[in-house]
Design a protein around this ligand. Sequence first.
Ligand SMILES: Cc1cc2nc3c(=O)[nH]c(=O)nc-3n(C[C@H](O)[C@H](O)[C@H](O)COP(=O)(O)OP(=O)(O)OC[C@H]3O[C@@H](n4cnc5c(N)ncnc54)[C@H](O)[C@@H]3O)c2cc1C
Length: 390
Amino acid sequence: MDLSYTAAEERFRSELRRWLEAHPPGPEPGALDAWVAYGKAWQRGLYEAGWCGVHWPTAYGGRGASLTEQIIFQEEMARARTPQLINLAGLTMGGPVLIAHGTEVQKRRHLQAILSADEIWCQGFSEPNAGSDLAALKTRAVLDGDDFVVNGQKVWTSFARFADWCMLLVRTDPEAPKHKGISFLLVDMHSPGVTVRPLKQISGDEDFNEVFFEDVRVPRANLVGAVNGGWDIAITTLMHERQTLTFSRQLQSRVALSELLALARRHPPHAPAARQPLLRQKLAAACIDSTAMKYTALRNLTTVLRGGTPGPEGSIEKLFWSEMYQRMLETAVELEGPYSQLLDGSAHALDAGRWPHLMLYSRGRTIAAGSSEIQRNIIAERVLGLPRAR
Ligand SMILES: Cc1cc2nc3c(=O)[nH]c(=O)nc-3n(C[C@H](O)[C@H](O)[C@H](O)COP(=O)(O)OP(=O)(O)OC[C@H]3O[C@@H](n4cnc5c(N)ncnc54)[C@H](O)[C@@H]3O)c2cc1C
């Protein structure tokens, strides 16, 4: 693992840092519509300045820079505490999947629009009875002339409420073995027959949705890969979700940890947590976890830099990050004591109620992109080569 940067990479970093200092995104609005408009404007500004899709080909609107520069971009975004990019699913999954498997027409149609946030994407994989066992999905697509006709239901679809496009897994051959009868479609979320219903989470957010498809016509040209060849494409998507997305999340959690340490030095005012032995141990453990995470992520990144693609090792990253993040936030709530009952809006909430909100939100991190149990199975079978679970 080479941890040094070239002079050109350092120049890239300083140029980006200067740009971020000159163009701060400003505070995030609370109401959904305003937040969507704000998120789109922020991503569009980055795109127009040439910072979005750092590693994507220039032919499709990217910067054509190296993967290392893409990583520097993520580091600087975390350092500047910028908001999460609104087109998360498009940037971390949809785009990379189209670059790997899309037709030229699909690439030209979508990649630039993903970067500029003109098209927001969502991921329509999970169903009420197909989460961990994703290949059990039942949403049906039947070819009728030049269109697929889609009927069925998805659930937990993050950001579907304001998404324009959906990466949809559908069953196209119900007679085939379950992994071999699935296709991967790109569905316009504004098509007639698509209904989105928000679901409220324990944190109070409404990021999740149920999405219903009733006789939705999807042009055959929106098929990615071959008919019934969708499973391999779904796996590419999940590998990117587990590794590429986790990489930026672990950077953000390192920044959050430094802010938690700052809180520990000042709260409670009479006996700061940083001086209490048990809390000190938990904070030290969080620092150790965070450092171990950093080098694990860099080791996996080295494999990709040497020409590999995100593989099952991403499960190690996703499992370790999601569990250490929860432990860190539980420590934050313990440190706040009774103040952790005060959410945003209360004049006495610490850091505007940020820590209890993050802790509640983090419960889903060990479920999303495959639960911890599923990651452990993948690590056992595909990384360590242990016998397969029956
Ligand atoms: C924050 C968040 C965002 C999400 N966003 C999206 C999205 O945008 N798009 C989308 O399609 N989905 C999304 N999901 C859904 C997510 O992919 C599923 O929740 C996840 O795959 C688990 O499926 P499930 O909820 O059906 O649980 P189940 O599969 O029913 O699992 C229930 C429990 O059983 C355990 N279990 C199941 N099978 C096994 C096994 N073989 N061995 C051991 N234990 C097992 C699980 O670990 C879990 O604890 C999101 C979920 C979360 C929490």
